[in-house]
Design a protein around this ligand. Structure first.
Ligand code: NDP
Length: 347
């Protein structure tokens, strides 16, 4: 491939959002192609993963991870191809998983990247989804914290999305009754007909809480927390004694600037956790479980191969579409794992 005259398009954080992100928080720039140094590779992004955690990185509030600096490239997991290599372990054309961010090209050290295995090449983007971070998040949170047992009832929201879809399917494989929550009829139909949820309830239905109670006649043993907000409010009265709550994400809160209006429900929640001996545990997949990735691959690989677990992808073409697609993710506009196709898969 001829690199002469090539430039790099990249999307940087132009300003920090107040509430929901808007297009002006991002800026598309064109720069020179970065040069790989000794033991480095130049990578061309093929797929960029867009994930809810990126909203946290846009803010400079205290968090488990440093924010993206103003005018710096938005970070993000990528599946890329090696363009030029000054590293002995990589050759032009190799497919790798890296953290290249919202840009066409990135330079990486050998230690920042992982070569995709040959059997991953049929679906390289799955390394960002079902066989990558979201699938891993679903598997560990459910199995390690949720501890599912046959006959128990599990509830998960964002049920057609990257994490929720895997939670539901894996819980079903453990013999649970699975109740999904999703935004809209199409997502609910997909969750039941394709993903095998026993029931799925539209979170936007005016009688959502009543429908959820009807769908859980024996209460809730595992509530896999993906969203918080109104879904959690409806879950609280249904929790059984010894219920487990893997606290994975709170997307309903990510754009909040203040605590929501209404009564303080903390005393009620604390009393419930105490009386019913409920275990609620937060986790950050990259910090708490990185050492167990192989365990996940050993379980998930065969399930995916056998068609027992699947993840719908919502692939959007063009790096320039990333800001709008990301804004939509926080509003539930994605339908499945959101991935930007940044470039061709051929070199
Ligand atoms: P999804 O693919 O599920 O996309 C996000 C979905 O969230 C939307 O499609 C929408 O689904 C739902 N949503 C958006 N806004 C709201 C709202 N106000 N109330 C309720 N639901 C809403 O994303 P992921 O699967 O990647 O992430 C799911 C959760 O897991 C997020 O909270 C994320 O932060 C968390 N996470 C945590 C990790 C960890 O290490 N702890 C790692 C990875 C993800 P719908 O329209 O169906 O309601």
């Amino acid at each position: 491939m001829n690199q002469n005259n090539l430039t790099n398009r990249r999307i940087v954080l132009a300003s920090r959002p107040a509430g929901a992100p808007v297009p002006d928080n991002f800026r598309l720039e064109t720069t020179d192609l970065p040069e790989p140094g000794d033991r480095q590779v130049l990578l061309r992004t093929v797929y960029l993963s867009l994930d809810p955690y990126m909203r946290g990185r846009m803010s400079d509030a205290e968090s488990y991870s440093a924010p993206v600096e103003l005018d710096a490239v938005m970070g993000g997991g990528t599946v890329s191809r090696v363009v030029t290599s000054r590293h002995p372990d990589y050759r032009p054309g190799d497919w790798v998983l890296n953290y290249g961010g919202w840009q066409d090209y990135a330079v990486a050290d050998g230690k920042d990247i992982t070569k995709l295995r040959d059997d991953a090449l049929a679906h390289p983007s799955w390394a960002l989804g079902i066989l990558g971070m979201p699938g891993f998040t679903a598997y560990m949170g459910l199995m390690d914290i949720g501890q599912p047992k046959a006959g128990e009832t599990l509830v998960v929201a964002a049920a057609s999305g990257a994490v929720g879809s895997v939670v539901g399917q894996v819980a079903k494989l453990q013999g649970c009754r699975t109740v999904g929550v999703a935004g809209g009829k199409d997502k609910c139909r997909y969750a039941v007909e394709t993903l095998g949820f026993d029931v799925c309830i539209d979170r936007r239905a005016p009688d959502f809480a009543e429908q959820l109670a009807q769908a859980c006649p024996d209460g809730i043993d595992i509530y896999f927390e993906n969203v918080g907000g109104a879904v959690f409010d409806a879950v609280i009265p249904l929790l059984n004694t010894s219920a487990r709550i893997p606290l994975c994400g709170l997307i309903a809160n990510y754009n909040l600037q203040d605590l929501p209006d209404g009564k303080d429900r903390l005393p009620l929640l604390q009393s419930l956790l105490l009386r019913k001996r409920i275990r609620m545990q937060g986790y950050i997949i990259s910090l708490d479980y990185a050492h167990r990735f192989d365990e996940f691959v050993q379980a998930m690989g065969p399930w995916v191969k056998a068609g027992k677990v699947q993840m719908r992808e919502d692939i959007v073409d063009g790096l320039e579409q990333a800001p709008q697609a990301f804004i939509g993710l926080l509003e539930g506009k994605n339908f499945g794992k959101l991935v930007i196709r940044v470039g061709n898969d051929t070199l």
